[in-house]
Write a protein that binds this ligand. Structure first.
Ligand code: GLU
Length: 310
C-alpha cells in the first residue's frame, strides 16, 4: 500500500521541478500550441477510491494530442477486436520520432509498427466505427465522457483547425497507408477524425481519472462497470510501457517505470494498477516531444514513493 499524498505535498513537488520548464520548448509545428505559457504547470493524482489530489494551475485545459492514441486504440479494439486491429498495425516499438515515415517502406506488406506512432494512430483512427466524421468524433467524445464522468469535455476547434491546416506530414502518412491498403476510409476524413481526437481539451483531473480507470483494469471507479474490457486495457497499458513516451520510452521505463503516454501539448498520463492515475501538464517539451516538467515530476514521485512496476 503506497501512502497518499496531500495537496501541500504535491504542490511542493511540482514547485520543486518547475524550473525544469526552462530546459524545454513549447511545440510550434502546430501554430495553436505555440501560444501556450511554458510556466503554466499542473498535476493531479486520482486514487482508485475516488480521492483526487491536485496542484498548480488545475483549471487549465490542454489538448490530448498523442495521449488520444491510447483512447482511440481502446475504442478501435472494442469496435473491431484484436485480430482486425493488429492485422493492420503492429506491436513493436520503433525508436524513431513519432511522425517518422521511413519504416513504412521497410516492411512488406506495409504496416505501421505500432499504434503510438502517428502512422499507426492514423490507421487506428480509420478503424473507429461511424458513418461520418461527426459520428466517429462523437463516439470518441462519449467514450471520454464515460471514462471521466465529465460531460463537458469537448474538441478545441481552434486547435483542430490549426492542426488540420498544417498536417502535411500526417497527410503524407495517410496517403501512403491508403496506397498500401492499410486504411479503408477517405484520407481527408480520417485526417479530420485524427486531428479532432488530438484536439480534445482536458484538465489534469480528468486526465488522471482516465489513468485511474486503466489502473482499475478498465472498470469505472464508482460503479465497477467494465468500460474497457480488462484484456484490452492491459494491451493499451503495455503499449504505454513500450512506446508511450516516444523514442524515450526505454529511458522512461528505467527512470520512472510506469505505463504512461505523453502528447506534444505537454500533457502526460500515467497509470499504476492498484494505485490510480497521475496526470501532469507542462507545455515545455524536450527534443523527443515529452514534457520536461512532466518527466521530472514523474521521476521524483516514482523514486520517492517507489512506484515503478519493475
Ligand atoms: N497531433 C499531433 C501530431 O500528429 C500529435 C503528436 C503528439 O502529440 O505526439 O503531430
Amino acid at each position: 500500500m503506497i501512502d497518499k499524498l496531500d495537496k501541500e505535498t504535491l504542490e511542493a513537488w511540482l514547485d520543486n521541478v518547475s524550473s525544469y520548464a526552462e530546459d524545454g520548448r513549447v511545440a510550434d509545428y502546430i501554430p495553436a500550441l505555440s501560444k501556450r505559457d511554458p510556466n503554466e504547470l499542473a498535476a493531479s493524482i486520482y486514487y482508485l477510491d475516488g480521492d483526487c489530489v491536485k496542484a498548480g494551475k488545475v483549471d487549465c485545459c490542454f489538448t490530448l494530442q498523442s495521449i488520444s492514441k491510447v483512447l482511440s486504440l481502446a475504442l478501435a479494439l472494442i469496435d473491431n477486436g484484436e485480430d482486425y486491429v493488429f492485422d493492420r498495425v503492429g506491436m513493436e516499438p520503433t525508436g524513431d520520432p513519432f511522425h517518422s515515415i521511413y519504416r513504412l517502406e521497410q516492411h512488406r506488406p506495409s504496416k505501421p509498427l505500432n499504434p503510438m506512432i502517428n502512422a499507426g494512430a492514423l490507421a487506428v483512427s480509420d478503424m473507429i466505427r461511424g458513418g461520418s466524421i461527426e459520428e466517429k468524433v462523437g463516439r470518441l467524445l462519449s467514450f471520454l465522457h464515460e471514462l471521466t464522468d465529465d460531460h463537458t469535455i469537448q474538441v478545441n476547434e481552434g486547435v483542430a483547425d490549426s492542426e488540420y491546416e498544417t498536417a502535411f506530414l500526417n497527410r503524407s502518412l495517410l496517403y501512403y497507408l491508403k496506397q498500401h491498403g492499410v486504411i479503408a476510409g477517405d484520407v481527408e476524413e480520417t485526417l479530420k477524425v485524427y486531428t479532432h481526437q488530438c484536439s480534445i481539451d482536458v484538465n489534469v483531473q480528468s486526465l488522471s481519472k482516465i489513468g485511474a480507470v486503466f489502473a482499475n483494469e478498465g472498470r469505472d471507479l464508482n460503479s465497477g462497470r467494465q468500460i474497457i474490457p480488462k484484456h484490452l486495457a492491459r494491451i493499451c497499458k503495455t503499449f504505454m510501457v513500450t512506446c508511450g513516451m516516444y523514442d524515450a520510452s526505454g529511458s522512461f521505463a528505467i527512470k520512472v517505470g510506469l505505463p504512461a503516454k505523453s502528447g506534444v501539448s505537454g500533457g502526460v498520463m500515467a497509470s499504476l494498477n492498484g494505485f490510480g492515475g497521475i496526470a501532469v501538464y507542462g507545455p515545455a517539451l524536450d527534443d523527443k516531444g515529452n514534457s520536461v516538467v512532466g518527466l521530472k515530476l514523474l521521476e521524483v514521485l516514482s523514486n520517492r514513493y517507489d512506484l515503478s512496476i519493475f
